[in-house]
Design a protein around this ligand. Structure first.
Ligand code: DX5
Ligand code: ZN
Length: 224
């Protein structure tokens, strides 16, 4: 099932609760939560206390994207704070197999992310362990960047591997998705689409969410 996951990185943090409630009323049920540490990526965002507050006000699935150098240390803390699913970067995990299993044993779904410069083949040995895979379509660290088209080829390669190996994991994409390219993203095989600016940097985020979801579902209907 194709889903749009609003990234709160682009939200108005002073009105976060209100903006999330508005999205929930139009059927949004997955939210993307970006965590940055100023080391792995050149930016900072929010941490466990904010996640804990969001957990209290929403039943949405909270998808936590750890752009941090030490995910093994902090993943359990984010799970305790309310994460339903946690994404770690392949580039930060020398023991990726162990990290994914640790996240699962702590009670969350475990996702793995690859940066634009990381080939899909780096995931070959963990595709049957990861619950889902995120292909970055921008270099992580900032919202509002331009979509890197090569991400679509990577998604197609991943889709082919899924098919060849009889695996079912959802493919997620993050960065630079707009009304203009969302259909291409779905056609390549993406199921979970993260969007920040295209939702929150509009006059009406709930309406923008609905429009993106409709475009994505139409593309999916054609694909199937
Ligand atoms: C970038 C973050 C993204 C970001 C996407 O490092 O991981 O989740 O919020 O924002 P847009 O949709 O504006 O590219
Ligand atoms: Zn993200």
């Amino acid at each position: 099932m194709v889903e749009i996951l609003p990234s709160i990185l682009a939200a108005d943090f002073a009105r976060l609760g209100e903006q999330i409630a508005a999205l929930e009323t139009v059927g949004c049920h997955m939210l993307h939560f970006d965590v940055m540490d100023g080391h792995f990526v050149p930016n900072f965002t929010v941490g466990p206390p904010v996640l804990e507050s969001l957990r209290k006000i929403t039943r949405m699935t909270l998808d936590v994207h750890l752009m941090i150098t030490d995910p093994d240390r902090y993943a359990p803390i984010f799970i305790e704070a309310g994460a339903d699913q946690v994404l770690v970067h392949q580039e930060t995990c020398p023991h990726l197999d162990r990290t994914l299993r640790m996240i699962q044993s702590e009670g969350a779904r475990a996702g793995v992310v690859i940066n634009p410069a990381t080939p899909v083949s780096m995931l070959d040995e963990v595709l049957d362990i990861a619950d889902y895979v995120l292909v970055m379509s921008v270099n992580p660290g900032f919202g509002g960047q331009r979509f890197i088209p090569n991400a679509l080829d990577k998604v197609r390669r991943l889709t082919a591997r899924k098919r060849d190996r009889g695996l079912q994991f959802p493919i997620e994409i993050d960065g630079g998705v707009t009304k203009e390219n969302v259909a291409n993203v779905v056609n390549a095989g993406v199921e979970w689409i993260v969007t920040g600016s295209s939702i929150f940097h509009t006059v009406n985020p709930a309406a923008a969410f609905e429009e993106l979801l409709q475009l994505a579902r139409e593309a999916c209907a054609v694909r199937v």
